[in-house]
Design a protein around this ligand. Structure first.
Ligand code: GDP
Ligand code: MG
Length: 441
């Protein structure tokens, strides 16, 4: 994948003092190939590598203390640039309701996104209304209702006999309904097709005209690769949109589509969707995406999610414990219980710097292991939890019996705890963690 390829490219530069023009050209060529293989559009690749090359050959690099690092920095900055530069926030109407229309191919993730947006907006103090303007597939309305229920949001759908089969009318009626009932954001879910076609564009265009949206979000599956650009352009010509939402960023092809779409359409990416659950969703930050692509570790996102879910006081205490070596198995248990609340563990671990190297472990990682781990720690006495050194053979056997596990599992847990404590101690002191062999923390 793109991240691996770029990492390999930069590896070749590491340890070199001065970089010759040949070194730079070689690097730029590798970056170019990596981007093309990741399905980034040719025009975008050309522009990108052109800028990187020019800067890399300039004083900026030749005068840098660490030229290789400076090249990575340049690539990072240029990546942020083609991803849109600054974060672009959702725009709200001056007078409610704000109308957000979703458009995109079938399966792109529009309906799921509608739920995610509703949940997120509700969390920000808004009262969103979901509108079922996808009347194409028989199940579409039901699907939105399920999602609405999960998100705790009201769904506006055609009443039997009134507007059935006419998404434009439903969309239009929903705005009046929202005004009457004082919903302040209206999210209009629309139908998609498997491919771009004229009828789809016409319908989307008609809905757009009927609801006069403040935002039209083009929803695109990050996994669609090479088709991303053509699809985005077709929607831009057919309906036009004010922003992009990338979905399925949890998949393997992180980057390619993202890098092309913002740049080719000149429209900012506003949100990213990273999984099937309603929580797997975040405002898009170009600089974070760039560092994720470069595997610099998405520390900022990690911290933000942690803050949202962790009790801040608690987090401070834990950090202190890490730093002073007084982190115990009891804290470990509390941490794991927090982690469980924090959304997909895989997603979280994927954001750690260097996590690329853990890919296999992440894929094999089984969340039910958390439950077994909890059982093991709960079978320990309080003094054992506070002083894992007490855990001799007979105690471990007792714990294994008590928790319905094996001594091997108990041993593995204790080892993992020791590694995690060591790693977190490094992090707490401001260093980079050593990941090899780490299990779930
Ligand atoms: P729509 O046809 O555009 O409305 O797409 P849906 O919202 O029905 O989503 C299509 C499928 O993609 C569903 O199975 C969703 O659960 C899944 N999906 C949506 N967003 C994501 C995402 O960010 N990651 C993953 N892995 N799956 C997603
Ligand atoms: Mg749908």
């Amino acid at each position: 994948n793109l991240t691996d390829r770029l990492a390999d490219t930069f590896k070749n530069l590491r340890g070199k003092g001065k970089l010759s023009p040949a070194d730079i050209d070689g690097t730029v060529r590798e970056i170019r190939r990596a981007l093309l293989d990741a399905d980034v559009a040719l025009d975008v690749v050309k522009e990108f590598t052109g800028k990187v090359r020019e800067r890399a050959l300039s004083d900026e690099v030749s005068k840098a203390l660490n030229p290789a690092q400076q090249v990575v920095q340049i690539v990072n900055e240029e990546l942020v640039g083609i991803l849109g530069g600054e974060q672009r926030r959702l725009r709200f109407a001056k007078t409610a309701p704000t109308v957000i229309m979703l458009a995109g191919l079938q399966g792109a993730g529009k309906t799921t996104l509608a739920g995610k947006l509703a949940k997120w907006l509700a969390g920000e103090g808004h009262t969103p209304l979901l509108v079922a303007a996808d009347l194409q597939r028989p199940n579409a309305v039901t699907q939105l209702q399920v999602v609405g229920e999960q998100a705790g949001a009201q769904v506006f759908a055609p009443e039997p006999g009134n507007g059935v089969g006419n998404p434009v009318k439903v969309a239009k009626d929903s705005i009046r309904f929202a005004k009457d009932k004082q919903y302040d954001v209206v999210i209009v879910d629309t139908a998609g097709r498997l491919g771009v076609d004229a009828e789809l564009m016409k319908q989307a265009g008609d809905i757009r005209k009927a609801v006069d949206p403040d935002e039209v979000l083009f929803v695109i599956d990050a996994m669609i690769g090479q088709d991303a650009v053509a699809t985005a352009k077709a929607f831009q010509d057919g309906v036009d949109f004010t922003g992009v939402v990338l979905t399925k960023l949890d998949g393997d092809s992180r980057g390619g589509a993202a890098l092309s779409v913002a740049s080719v359409t000149g429209r900012p990416i506003i949100f990213a969707s990273t999984g099937e659950r309603l929580e797997d969703f975040e405002p898009f930050h170009p600089e974070r995406m760039a560092s994720r692509i470069l595997d610099l570790g998405d520390i900022l996102t990690l911290i933000e999610q942690a803050q949202k879910n962790f009790d801040e006081e608690e987090a401070k205490k834990v950090a202190e414990k890490f730093a002073t070596d007084s982190f115990t198995l009891e804290d470990f248990l509390a941490q794991m219980q927090q982690l469980k609340k924090m959304g997909s563990l895989k997603g979280m671990l994927g954001m750690l710097p260097g996590a690329r190297g853990m890919k296999e472990q992440l894929e094999n990682f089984d969340e039910s292991e958390l439950t077994r781990t909890e059982a093991i720690i709960q079978s320990m006495t309080r003094s054992e939890r506070l002083q894992p050194k007490l855990l001799n053979g007979s105690r471990r056997l007792r714990i294994a019996r008590g928790s319905g596990t094996t001594v091997t599992e108990v041993n593995a847990l204790v080892n993992r705890f020791e590694q995690a404590a060591k790693m977190m101690k490094t992090v707490a002191k401001g260093g980079m963690p050593q990941i090899p062999g780490m299990g779930p923390i």
